[in-house]
Design a protein around this ligand. Structure first.
Ligand code: PEP
Ligand code: MG
Length: 925
């Protein structure tokens, strides 16, 4: 059947019968003799390795010749049900002949056999995920040719046995230990300790045994025809693109599945011809610390896989200087040149054959966030990069690693993970498990460190969250309460760890077959999502120590570099960066992180402050407006104090304060808890005040109960039904502003009405705000410049943005609610199914973490366009969680927003991402 298809295809491709001849498409790219068909810009087609080999060849570096079969062929291979069209086969053959000519050797020759390596290489490096085959071209005859040519029978048979083993394992899928078993028994018989102690005869014996293994396991002879070997190996490398590990790796690193891998076929050079040969890998700088030091390892008399497989322990690269000083010097020169050429740290592979150095790979080296900052700032100091280029070199997400407290890495690795959840807020957390916010506070007051474990968190838990080392929940997604608050506080947090079976009444949870009780120690890593049942020590990051004043900036090298890089970013970016902060100390931290405005102050979070909940509850329970006003009068001075602190911390930068947003029942006890209390009191026969109060509370809770609270009585709807709340909040804002004005402090208040979808909702509230503001200013005899605006977080708000902009002096997109309402996905429940959506590729990314540019993004663009049609100078920002996500920041830059607002700990990420977005505009132009 497949044969038939290929014949049909072949005849269909007769040049005359087609107007567009597929042969005009190039699928194979040669490199050798100082010239290559490709270059460094062609990573999409040639993969990272192929593009690097081409570039090095063009630069005149010693690279063994070869050719790259492009990534397009990988996609064709899958499209054609794992077959390669004959035309491409022919193109490969032609390049093989060129390679033979260039090398002066022929595949399978008994005189001078050409040996090649067949290696994978995708656009993004996927270290160790795909397969490689070395020494291809050897067979029973060619091995004798190799022996004659090199005068080294041991080397020839060592190469052959390695090839059979690799081919057997990778192409024929025979387990490695089947070969290792034979190898060990020959070694034992020969009384050899090391592989290198086996002589030619012993290795001949190994080859015989390996061929037998192939026959028995694969039910076929080991193929002697090198052209067949090549085709089978090429296809096996294409297949390895879809192995489970590669798929998982791409999922973790967000690499698309459809870009495919290239296959590089390259003349072999040998690191295993004797003691004057060797092979190694290295980096031009230390990838963990960024230090400018030559970094790497090598092995004498070995082939590449020996270095990585751990069969032999490699030596530090400095030792190479002692054993082969000339090759070492040349390697240093070449890699320094490569670093200058690519203007970045290089990760390279080399082989030395009889003291002659060959370069086999160069690519930009992966590094930690810590190293990234050192390298970027060093390369500018060395005048290799401009500050703009340095800003582009650092992944904004990697900055998080610098802010998070860390575990001792050796200790951490030793302990197995009990489960995994969504990595909501990075950082290392270790402490004793508690199951309630009150216990958290109690225990912390006793000097303990705790981790708050909850099925989910609610606003009422805020005090417990605040004192905990970390927050771990069994449900919830990336914008659930625990995730949002955890990030805002900079608390390591993991949410949606579904495997946790929490029994709050027994104060324990079960996971991975173990029971963890309140008080037991657990640790987790908010960057990876791993949870472990053990105590592991942590310490706060150096940068935070500088920001909170416990460490002097001049004592911290990393802080100085972090600050330098971000100051470059600030000069480049167009977007303003604000922070979401509710309390004065959060605002102060946000300012220290470089936020120059508050984009969202969620006033209701202040209601949970010490001693306030009873007042808030009185306000909610009030039967008359007069009673409600009494409670509000008590809240007024407290709110005024909060706003005063936040304004002051922001030193004259704009502060956007949102009027009350969540459904009121969130401030009341849970219905079930009250029912238990009432039943308990009734059972004990206790009558009186307590029982009456509980009953009244229960009745009100029942009145306030909603089936869909997120779509219920919340946001502007509260301000419309209880105008006195808006009045109190406006008064608190303006009175705080007047006081600061009198103290000579600049202030720029912006009052924001949430959840507006109808222009009249906003008009209603604006009248109240303006009236109360005028009253306060008159009372105080001061004029304050303030703005009234709205959140755009309901799809209808985007659509009628032109009407809303008549009343709104600014917009702030609430992309959390806008995502929830556009998709119809509950932000608190979607954790359950979004994981599966991603696994099934229904969604590439969690839309609550990174903006859905097609759907939600289109609504944002519509809102911007329509809003500015009415009011061209409309100030527009975004304060959903997406404000701290680098990819989303790019989108907001291009959508023409004025600023993004992120939780304080994500402010550095937003600053850097905003600069990168601005640079990408220039590049595109
Ligand atoms: C939003 O909806 O994006 C927003 C910032 O408001 P909240 O998360 O408080 O609903
Ligand atoms: Mg909202």
């Amino acid at each position: 059947m497949s044969k038939k298809t290929s014949t049909k295809r072949a005849s269909g491709k007769s040049p005359k019968s087609r107007t567009s001849n597929p042969k005009s498409l190039k699928y194979v790219y040669f490199f050798g003799n100082g010239k290559a068909d490709g270059n460094r810009t062609m990573k999409d087609l040639l993969g990272g390795k192929g593009a690097g080999l081409a570039e090095m060849t063009n630069a005149g570096l010693p690279v063994p010749p070869g050719f790259t079969i492009s990534t397009a062929v990988c996609n064709i291979y899958y499209k054609e049900k794992q077959k390669i069209p004959t035309a491409i086969d022919r193109e490969i053959d032609t390049h093989l002949q060129t390679l033979e000519k260039t090398a002066g050797a022929t595949l399978g020759s008994t005189e001078n056999p050409l040996l090649v390596s067949v290696r994978s290489g995708a656009k993004f490096s996927m270290p160790g995920m795909m397969d490689t085959i070395l020494n291809l071209g050897l067979n029973d005859d060619a091995v004798e040719g190799l022996k004659r040519r090199t005068q080294n029978g041991r080397f020839a048979f060592d190469s052959y046995r390695r090839f059979i083993q690799m081919f057997g394992n990778v192409v024929l899928e025979i387990p490695k230990d089947a070969f290792e078993h034979e190898f060990d028994s020959v070694k034992k018989a020969a009384g050899a300790r090391l592989d290198t102690e086996l002589d030619e005869n012993a290795l001949r014996e190994v080859v015989q045994r390996y061929k037998k293994v192939v026959k028995e396991r694969a039910k076929r002879e080991f193929p002697q025809d090198p052209h067949v070997q090549l085709k089978m190996s090429r296809d096996a490398v294409f297949r390895s693109w879809m192995n489970a590990r590669a798929i998982e790796y791409r999922r973790i690193y967000d690499i698309p599945d459809d870009i495919g891998t290239a296959v590089n076929v390259q003349m072999m050079v040998f690191g295993n011809t004797g003691d004057r040969s060797g092979t190694g890998v290295g980096f031009t700088r230390n990838p963990a610390t960024g230090a400018k030091e030559f970094f790497g390892e090598f092995l004498i008399n070995a082939q590449g896989e020996d270095v990585v497989s751990g069969v032999r322990t490699p030596q530090p690269i400095r030792e190479l200087e002692k054993v082969m000083p000339k090759a070492y010097k040349q390697l240093r020169e070449i890699t320094t040149r490569l670093e200058r050429h690519y203007k970045d740290v290089q990760d390279f592979e080399f082989t030395i054959q009889d003291e002659r150095l060959f370069m086999l790979q160069t690519r930009s080296g992966k590094r930690t966030g810590y190293a990234a900052i050192f390298i970027a700032t060093d390369l500018v100091a060395e005048k290799l990069l401009t500050p703009k280029e340095a800003v582009l070199l650092v992944d904004p997400e990697s900055l998080n690693q610098l802010l998070a407290p860390g575990f001792d890495p050796d200790e951490w690795k030793k302990i197995p993970a009990a489960t995994r959840g969504l990595p909501a807020s990075p950082g290392a957390a270790s402490g004793q498990v508690v199951f309630s916010a009150d216990h958290a506070v109690e225990w912390v007051n006793q000097g303990k460190q705790v981790i708050l474990v909850r099925r989910e968190t609610v606003p009422d838990d805020i005090h417990g969250m605040f004192v905990s080392q970390g927050i771990l929940t069994a449900t919830g997604g990336m914008t659930s309460h625990a995730a949002v608050v955890g990030r805002q506080m900079g608390k390591p947090s993991i949410v949606g760890a579904n495997a946790l079976e929490i029994d709050e009444s027994r104060r324990e949870f079960r996971v991975d077959g173990k029971t963890v009780k309140e008080g037991d120690f657990i640790s987790f890593d908010g960057l990876s999502g791993e949870v472990k049942i053990a105590r592991v020590g942590t310490k706060p990051s150096e940068i935070l120590q500088v920001l909170d004043g416990t460490l002097k900036p001049e004592k911290s090298n990393i802080y100085q570099r972090f600050e330098k890089l971000l100051s470059w970013a600030d000069k480049i970016r167009r977007l303003g960066v604000y922070a979401n902060a509710d309390l004065p100390d959060q605002a102060a931290l946000a300012y220290a992180f470089g936020a120059r405005g508050i984009g969202l102050c969620r006033t209701e979070h202040m209601f949970f402050g010490e001693g306030r909940i009873p007042i808030v509850q009185r306000m909610i329970l009030a039967e008359s407006e007069a009673d409600r006003r009494k409670a509000l009068d008590e809240l007024l001075p407290l709110q005024r104090e909060d706003f005063y602190g936040v304004f002051k911390a922001m030193r004259g930068c704009p502060v956007t304060i949102r009027t009350i947003d969540p459904p009121l029942h969130e401030f009341l006890p849970k219905r079930e808890d009250l029912m238990v209390d009432v039943a308990r009191l009734e059972a004990t026969g206790k009558k009186g005040k307590e029982l009456d109060e509980k009953k009244r509370l229960l009745q009100r809770v029942e009145q306030l109960h909603e089936f869909n609270p997120m779509l219920g009585h919340r946001g502007v709807r509260l301000g419309i039904t209880y105008p006195e709340i808006t009045e109190m909040q406006t008064r608190a804002i303006l009175e705080a502003a007047c006081r600061l004005n009198k103290e000579g402090v600049k202030i720029a208040p912006e009052i924001m009405i949430p959840l507006v979808g109808l222009v009249k909702e906003l008009s209603d509230q604006k009248v109240i705000v303006d009236r109360v503001a005028a009253d306060v200013m008159k009372e105080q005899g001061i004029k304050i410049k303030y703005l009234v605006g709205t959140m755009i977080e309901i799809p209808r708000g985007c659509i009628v943005a032109d009407q809303i902009a008549r009343d709104a002096e600014f917009f702030s997109f609430g992309t959390n609610d806008l995502t929830q309402l556009t998709f119809g996905f509950s932000r608190d429940d979607s954790g359950k199914f979004l994981k599966i959506y991603q696994e099934k590729k229904i969604l590439e990314k969690d839309p609550f973490a990174s903006i859905d540019t097609e759907g939600v993004g289109d609504l944002v663009r519509t809102g911007v366009e329509r809003g500015r049609k009415t009011r061209p100078d409309l100030k527009i920002g975004i304060c959903g969680e997406h404000g701290g996500d680098a990819a989303s920041v790019h989108f907001f830059h291009h959508a023409g927003l004025d600023y993004v607002s992120a939780s304080p700990y994500r402010v550095p990420v937003a600053r850097l991402a905003a600069a990168q977005a601005a640079l990408s505009v220039k590049v595109g132009d």
